[in-house]
Ligand binder design. Structure first.
Ligand code: ADP
Ligand code: MG
Length: 731
């Protein structure tokens, strides 16, 4: 039985989902699959695991597993449920966890469960799996639902019954329930009526294109709000209602005096899990004081009589910082949370009364054919905007201020697209093949990825040697892409190399490099380079606009320092040809040599959080490599010597083997038809030139052939992570 504190019991009883406990548990008892819909905040995530626990679903050998698409939710929900139940509840995310043999309830990211399926297809450790936040339609969530639709009947057949509960914050669940391939008999859908207070929605009359603040980075908004409504201990308003009136007046003034913000002048701050490392550079509360840009901004007048307690909230924020939003703000202050999408549905912050919605979302866009990616700010969907608005009406009637007009809202798409239709799928296809799902096209996806994306993935995996060659059909790959796709092209079985690659927690191109790394004792270098390549933005963004002259000159100094360090890390002669990857290797080596300290990172233009993540990933990759080929006995050497000349040559070939489809050839003088091709590179799939970025180690060298990590379109199409290729290596 569960021993809950009285105040916890009280707040539980107020949650709408509590009223449905009987109905939910009965449905779970009688069905293998159950779909549960309930507004965000109705208590699904915190309560349903408790219902299951109390009904005995963790009393035998099996435990209760809950998946979340976001790390932040997995961690914070496990803590919350532990607190409510007075019981140990565990979590597991990519690098860390606290699972023990006594764990009864386990929160994890969806990626973690997918990895577990590879080890034990029947998931025998679990008696029930809850797939939470299914409305987010994250790629792993979709795949998990497809897999579990097959695993659960298998378990039942084996006499080890298992349940699947899919939870969604929206009622749009037809992709799951009306999909006969997925569930031949539609699962029951239980709806929890949320006790939602009315929310008044206020639209802007016009939709400003230049001066909205919502998409500006979380930290700069935090900084500005703190400046405008400063809070210092001992300087807090006492009369709350009075303060409120003033706040309303001031709020009006504030909207009028908001400075213009250049919409094209943002650094990438996407919101999805795969890219959340980009968010890591955001300052937390204390550190922005030292930026000293107060002087420059005269448009916002500080009003200390309206103290705001401003907190940032985003995925990679340290857990103790995240937890702050759940605690009451200091007396006499108003809590103001500046959040990315995590606050849309994954986390419910208590007591929110006003929501300001910029209506935008920042997403990574991939071109399916060319692989070029770019970050774009676009309008969100109506469903998301309504979710955001709903956050203000949890505890009393609320208000949502939409920084766009009702006409613009009318043009939003109704729902956001499933992620699986928006990104390359080679990593998923490899994982699925490793599960012996050869005919990926036949997989019961809730939403099937495009045929082009599946073909492209399978072709890449064949070219990397991860899949066996398909029988020849006599047509070129491109013809196949645009004509019909013979099913043989989409059912290549996995090769032994592919199995090794699938066991590495990185995408197939990098996994290939790891698999080849044994040669010439290159493994420690390959591991370090791969770790650095898969963690985004290891260098600080020193090109950001400065708030004051002082800051501007400091930034210039640090830019010069970073440029100098980059040259140093790039080395000379032979090592220079490994290009940007040599710079990464040098940076990782130097940082580890110095003990991976904050001081070293700050002095040398490296992002501390990125370097810590690289360190963890190096450890993890080292373990993974050792378990695939124990004979190499590789270890993380924090005093790693630079690679020798012949090792550099070997590393360049390993990189080429992984990035072979990302080959680019410099356009020769005699081919110059159009001036835009000057210093440009030709790639197989693009009609337009791509370029080496001025910050690249190879910007001055301009080798005849290069491979690159990715093409990112900013002002031009720039290759990132460039390394030189000898002409005689080109196939
Ligand atoms: P749902 O999953 O349906 O969106 P949750 O179970 O996440 O709902 O939340 C139910 C309630 O629990 C919410 O009112 C939320 O404010 C509260 N809650 C969740 N986490 C915490 C926490 N760490 N501290 C205090 N309250 C919390
Ligand atoms: Mg939830």
């Amino acid at each position: 039985s569960v021993d809950r504190l009285p105040e916890i019991q009280d707040s539980r009883l107020r949650l709408p989902v509590l009223a449905e406990e009987q109905v939910i548990m009965e449905a779970v008892r009688e069905n293998s699959f159950v779909v549960l819909c309930g507004e965000t905040g109705s208590g699904k995530t915190t309560q349903v695991p408790q219902f299951l626990y109390e009904a005995g679903y963790a009393s035998g050998t099996g435990i209760i597993g809950v998946t979340e698409p976001r790390r932040v939710a997995a961690v914070s929900m496990s803590h919350r449920v532990a607190k409510e139940m007075n019981l140990v509840v565990s979590y597991q995310i990519r690098y860390e966890g606290n699972v023990t043999s006594d764990t009864k309830i386990k929160f994890m990211t969806d990626g973690v469960l997918l990895k577990e399926i590879q080890k034990d297809f029947l998931l025998q450790r679990y008696s029930v799996i809850i797939i939470d936040e299914a409305h987010e339609r994250s790629v792993y969530t979709d795949i998990l639902i497809g897999l579990l639709s097959r695993i659960v009947p298998l378990r039942n057949k084996k006499g080890l019954p298992m349940k699947l509960i899919v939870m969604s914050a929206t009622l749009r669940v037809e992709d799951f329930t009306e999909n006969r391939k997925l569930f031949p008999t539609p699962p029951p859908v239980i709806k929890v009526e949320a006790r939602q207070f009315p929310v008044s929605v206020h639209f802007n009359k016009r939709t400003p294109l230049e001066d909205y603040t919502g998409e500006a980075e979380v930290h700069s908004v935090c900084r500005r709000l703190r400046r405008a409504f400063p809070f210092r201990r001992g300087n807090t308003a006492t009369d709350y209602s009075d303060e409120m009136k003033k706040f309303k007046k001031a709020k009006h003034k504030r909207t009028v005096s908001l400075p213009r913000i250049d919409l094209d002048n943002y650094s990438a701050l996407p919101v999805d899990e795969g890219d959340e490392d980009r968010l890591a550079g955001i300052d937390d509360e204390g550190s922005d004081l030292e930026l000293g840009d107060d002087a420059a901004d005269t448009e916002e007048k500080a009003d200390p009589s309206l103290p705001l307690y401003v907190l940032p909230l985003y995925s990679l924020l340290a857990p103790e910082q995240q937890a702050k939003v759940f605690q009451p703000p200091p007396h006499g202050t108003r809590l103001c949370v500046v959040a990315t999408n995590v606050a849309e549905t994954s986390l419910t912050i208590p007591g929110i009364k006003y929501v300001v919605d910029c209506g935008r979302v920042k997403k990574r866009f991939y071109d399916r054919v060319t692989g070029v990616s770019s970050f774009k700010v676009s309008w969100t969907s109506q469903a998301s905007a309504n979710q955001r608005a709903g956050r203000s009406g949890r505890t009393e009637p609320g208000h949502c201020y939409r920084l766009y007009s009702s006409a613009v809202f009318g043009d939003f798409s109704l729902f956001s697209e499933a992620e699986i239709t928006r990104r390359p799928v080679e990593d998923l296809v490899l994982q699925m093949k490793d599960l012996n799902i050869d005919k990926v096209v036949n997989f019961p996806f809730p939403t099937t990825p495009s045929a082009e994306a599946l073909v492209a993935a399978e072709q890449l995996l064949v070219s990397l040697g991860a899949l066996e060659e398909p029988p020849r059909t006599g047509r070129s790959p491109l013809q196949i892409l645009y004509l019909t796709i013979p099913s043989s092209r989409l059912s290549c079985p996995i090769s032994p190399l592919g199995r090794a690659m699938a066991s590495f927690p990185v995408s197939p191109r990098y996994a290939k490099m790891l698999a080849l790394g044994k040669q010439q004792d290159c493994l420690p270098y390959v591991i370090a380079v791969v770790a650095a390549m898969t963690v985004r933005e290891i260098f600080e963004d020193l090109d950001r606009p400065a708030g004051s002259e002082d800051e501007s000159s400091k930034l210039a100094q640090r830019r010069a320092r970073l440029a100098q360090m980059r040259r140093l890390w790039a080395g000379q002669g032979a090592s220079l040809l490994l290009g940007d990857l040599m710079v990464l290797l040098g940076a990782v080596g130097a940082c580890e040599f110095a003990g991976c300290t904050l001081k070293f990172c700050e002095e040398n233009g490296l992002r501390y959080k990125a370097m810590l993540e690289i360190r963890r990933l190096r450890g993890q990759l080292t373990n993974a490599v050792n378990s695939v080929c124990p004979e190499v006995g590789v270890f993380v050497d924090c005093k790693m010597a630079p690679p020798t000349e012949s090792q550099v040559v070997c590393l360049r070939q390993i990189v080429l083997a992984g990035l072979g489809d990302h080959l680019a050839r410099r356009v020769q003088q005699e081919e110059l038809l159009d001036p835009k091709w000057r210093n440009g590179y030709k790639t197989p799939l693009l009609d337009e030139p791509v370029y080496i970025h001025p910050s690249s180690a190879l910007f001055k060298t301009l080798p005849q052939f290069v491979v690159y990590q990715e093409v990112l379109e900013t002002t031009k199409m720039y290759m990132r992570g460039v390394s030189a290729v000898e002409p005689e290596w080109v196939p």
